[in-house]
Design a protein around this ligand. Sequence first.
Ligand code: ADP
Ligand code: MG
Length: 262
Amino acid sequence: MRAAVPDRLSDMLSRLKLTGIRDQLDGLLDEASRQELSLRETLVLLCEREIARKDERRIEMTLKLARLRDLSGFDFAAQPSIDPKQVRELAGARWIANGENVLLLGPPGVGKTHLAVALGREAILAGHSVQFIAATTVVAQLAKGHSEGRLEERLAHLAKPKLLIIDELGYLPFKPNAAHLFFQLVSRRYEKGAILLTSNRSVGEWGAVFGDPIVATAILDRLLHHSHVITIRGDSYRLKEKRRSGPLQKPAAAETKSEKKS
Ligand code: ADP
Ligand code: MG
């Protein structure tokens, strides 16, 4: 036997993820008949309602995500290799005004991106312009600019924000020539604009990441000159949380492997 029409409609709207229409269907249909809308006008009303709902949800989610990654959400007790005093001082954003750099180094899952976003928020609150960009994106943008004869334009653009956050250096090795382009970016910002860089590779491994030890040294030279280096040690926070709350009780050796991609 077929389900009643309202149930079927509600099921189909759920399947199509049209939850705005589903939850307000009776009210919307009443509204349509009160206004004597045509079928087409009724569809417009329904779609408008759905879009409004999706926009609300999206904004809510974005705010929630941003809230999750602030300093108050960082559990310092879980990460004893970090000095909370040093992080609090960096939250003061004086280093940004001075055009200094911050390097957040450590294995995957230990909170590097979390802290980078949190410090970026503090910088914005202190009135600085901030751009957050993945290392692979920076390199791709520079390479594209270079091949199109518009490198200068790209460099000027990336030199603009008072703080440039470059996330996840080292997850992929650089292609030939990319190290030179990255060097130009670092030189351009040197002593003028702050850089916050996160990497899962230790500074000693950067020769391999950049595929060119000489350029890597030149990059490091400038980055480290006025810098604050935070090296985070220990296990992935996510795995620790999971283990605390659930059945995941793997030996330590299996853990590094399963976390490689995060
Ligand atoms: P990484 O960039 O070092 O790989 P993330 O910053 O992405 O790690 O952290 C992974 C997840 O664990 C994120 O959801 C982050 O918010 C959370 N997290 C990591 N460390 C902490 C911590 N000390 N306190 C609270 N949340 C943390
Ligand atoms: Mg990260």
